[in-house]
Design a protein around this ligand. Structure first.
Ligand code: F6R
Length: 366
């Protein structure tokens, strides 16, 4: 049932061109500029009209929420806060009229996320869900929602659920923006066209798996890792570090690249691998100087770069190229090499990739 793959995780990583396409199917048609999330149809005015969105989730789902924060703010100009469900539920959070809560959960059974929803509900918030499991507790507890159509995710480490969540949240942000009039018709069309090309771009990253495997071989016995990114690639850095921790048991941390000089830079020496998300986008120049800071301290740099970049390959130890896409859609492509890197490192260390120690697929206790 692993479809010829050694592990469910690898199968699920390779399924992403399809699971991303499935999460858009019936919702998006770029050629006639059509976008509609059926489950939210009656609530879109409320979404566009909202003063604030509070996103709740745990783990990888929380990272998808951080990506969505950039999207809703940039495209729809809505103020967004992203909360760990476990923290939100034990505070006395301020929920006002016209606030919308979006709960993100692959399993739909995460206890903290469910409790956060119940709390927000008791304060009168409208709750949307982004879940993968149809009919799950969280899906049932929300007022409306949009399912991710990633299909069953068996590997404990979340991969295709993350990209499906980001896909659906992107559709929501674009739809809200269009309804609000905060993006031009031209940008709206451009984003839809770009979205349709994402599955093929993910496929191209998957074709570089052998090269990523070679890099994994070199770093198999590293004891620590740092992941750095800026903007939309910051949550991707967090997700890359989480994937590595979970399945290889290597200590890893993700940071916004500019935060490095406020502390983590003290860790950099010739034994410290640093993974940079260094795609050609609005923070490219800044990332290049962050790379210089790490190289000046002899850190070993693996950079995820945009195809055709000729500068960064001259500065770093290893590069992994990914196709260019619209900046807003970058995480869908840039996370793929990080998933593969963690997978291969964990396999080379002989870890139980699909069922890492101490972890459960759905965390139904707090
Ligand atoms: C990471 C991972 C966990 C989950 C988290 C939330 O790979 O699997 O961090 O993302 O437990 O789970 P869901 O999305 O089911 O609420």
């Amino acid at each position: 049932e692993k479809g010829g793959y050694d592990h469910f995780m690898l199968k699920e990583i390779f399924e992403q061109p399809r699971s991303i396409a499935d999460s858009m199917r019936g919702r998006l048609r770029a050629d006639d500029a059509h976008l509609q999330l059926g489950g939210l149809r009656n609530y879109l005015d409320k979404l566009a009209d909202s003063k604030r969105i509070v996103i709740v989730g745990c783990g990888t789902s929380w990272h998808a929420g951080l990506v969505a924060e950039y999207l809703f703010e940039e495209l729809a100009r809505i103020n967004v806060e992203v909360e760990y469900a476990s923290e939100f539920r034990y505070r006395n959070p301020v929920i006002k009229e016209k606030d919308i809560v979006i709960a993100i959960s692959q399993s739909g059974e995460t206890a903290d996320t469910l409790a956060a929803i119940e709390l927000a509900k008791s304060k009168g918030a409208l709750i949307f869900g982004v879940c993968n499991v149809v009919g799950s507790s969280i899906a049932r507890a929300t007022d409306a929602g949009a399912y991710t159509h990633a299909g069953p995710e068996i590997g404990v480490a979340s991969t295709k659920a993350f990209t499906a969540q980001v896909t659906v949240l992107t559709l929501m942000a674009i739809e809200a923006a269009q309804r609000k009039g905060t993006i031009s018709e031209e940008l709206y069309r451009q984003l839809l066209i770009e979205l349709e090309t994402i599955p093929a771009k993910v496929e191209r990253v998957l074709q570089t798996a052998e090269k990523i495997k070679e890099i994994a071989f070199i770093f198999t016995y590293a004891r620590n890792f740092i992941y750095l990114g800026r903007g939309l690639n910051f949550p991707v850095a967090l997700e890359g570090a989480l994937k590595l921790k979970e399945i290889s048991y290597i200590h890893a941390e993700g940071y916004p690249a500019a935060e490095m000089k406020h502390g983590p830079i003290a860790l950099i020496d010739e034994d410290m691998p640093v993974v940079f998300l260094a795609t050609k986008d609005s923070s490219y120049e800044k990332i290049v100087s962050n790379i210089q800071e790490v190289k000046a301290r002899k850190g070993r740099v693996i950079a995820i770069i945009t195809e055709g970049d000729t500068l960064i390959p001259t500065m770093v130890d290893f590069v992994i190229e990914i196709p260019k896409t619209h900046e807003m859609l970058t995480p869908l492509v840039s996370v793929i090499p990080l998933q593969l890197l963690s997978y291969y490192i964990a396999v080379m260390r002989g870890r139980n990739v699909d069922q890492p120690r101490n972890l459960a697929k759905s965390v139904t206790v707090e």
